[in-house]
Write a protein that binds this ligand. Sequence first.
Ligand code: 5GP
Ligand code: ZN
Length: 113
Amino acid sequence: MENCLFCKIIAGEIPSTKVYEDENVFAFRDINPQAPVHILVIPRHHISSMAAIDEATDAELAACLRAIRLIAAREGLKEGYRVVSNCGPHACQSVPHLHFHILGGRQMADQMA
Ligand code: 5GP
Ligand code: ZN
């Protein structure tokens, strides 16, 4: 997708710190980390948000979840971690390419918002 920041990161047109990739998934460190570990997991295929996952294959969606587990294990997040996907303006989604934040390495607040 032209002019999509995360599609440009996948294509290598914008640099990123890659932590994982496979045929369906790309993952990299967030540029503005909110926790000691803050990684974004994205499908290679441009899907705008959770609201558009009808456009994704089951394999792509499963690959995102399996990548999250694998990355969390590699990062040593034994005490747990939070997975967040902001969808749309009420959730303050700022990049319109589906992404899952992995946040870990510190105690999270017990409130979601
Ligand atoms: P959202 O607010 O859409 O849920 O999350 C977008 C995330 O993308 C934010 O946490 C933001 O810091 C991150 N981000 C925005 N631009 C870049 C970039 O150019 N590189 C990286 N690595 N992360 C980015
Ligand atoms: Zn995209």
